[in-house]
Write a protein that binds this ligand. Sequence first.
Ligand code: ASP
Length: 406
Amino acid sequence: MTKKMSLPQQILIALLLGIVVGLVCYFTQNAAITTKFLKPFGDIFVNLLKFIVVPVVLLSMIQGIISMGDMKKVGSVGGKTIAFFMATTAVACAIGLIMANLFNGAGLFPTLALGETTYQAKEFGGFMGVLVGIFPSNMWSAFVNANMLQVIVIALFFGGSILAAGEQSEPVRQLVDSLYAVVEKLMVFIISLSPIGVFTYMAWVVATQGANIIGSLALVLLCAYIGYFVHAIIVYSISAKFGAGMSPVKFFKEAVPAMIFAFTSASSAATLPVSKECAEKMGADKNIAAFVLPLGATVHMDGTAIYQCVATIFLATCAGVELTLFQMVLIVVIATLSAIGTAGTPGAGVIMLTMVLGTVGIPVDYIGLIIAVDRLFDMGRTTMNITGDIVGALCVTKWENGKLNN
Ligand code: ASP
């Protein structure tokens, strides 16, 4: 009797197959084939996920808020969520700084000259600009541009107003429920295609980035990945065990589908449907997960924070800038804030890195040294970003309800 393979198994096999095909194409110098024929299928898949992410975030957050019943409960869940997010991101920064200083102190970071690589910095509005930008002046443009921070604000306002309107809002509640049920079905269908996305993207990344892995930035990459790893093992294990009362081994085992997915797609927003499934399966309250995960995919980025600290120390060395202890503390603060402002899409973190570099006096041009291999950093940081969200949803469930759902 043949049993149908479970989705996590399919995803794992797709990942391994992708690596094998990627390696074959890399060593036979056929990387262009993967770009031409495989990557487009990955792109189709990620497009599908992106197209559904605005309705998922909007409806899931509104529904989460409505189901919590009153704004006091929303405030309580929101407060715990933000506290958890801030604390873990601050620790992530510290881990990033420690790792980078260890590597730097041991002389392991290469010192690269700026040379031909110049980077055109994007206009960055500063902290106040970011704050103002969170509040949409036009609801539709927030949806059209998939500006997730704005979408979250819209969801909070509408969710709150539906609660405030009491009985009169009954038809709207039913509409939200019904729309979300439809979107959820679509989501399940799109997720069932994920092995295709994972396989094609993995083959493409391995085939095209193979040279970079063995290139001069290998040690910087290693430093960031050790940072990611240490953070996961220490912070997420402790959170799972003492926050959510769950065995860390079980936690990581069940988070694997979302982690692989984030690793290959490099997008927290696109991974959201998968992380939601994983979190609920592990016992996160449906309504709490509906609130915490979309918020986390947008503002909670531990991997991005680690990356920014490592990249800043590395680029400071290249630029010949000596950082003081005060500046290191400043990096932690700015990296935490900039991780909040980073969108959950591929490559967003490297754009926000400009903000961190600027505050410690490193010319923004230096980003050019690291941007070519950003995808490799991004895959790891996105994996951390969503793992942190899932453990967050579990902890907040435990703190609010006293236990997980199973
Ligand atoms: N790609 C990351 C994410 O989606 C963000 C980043 O570039 O750091 O979580």
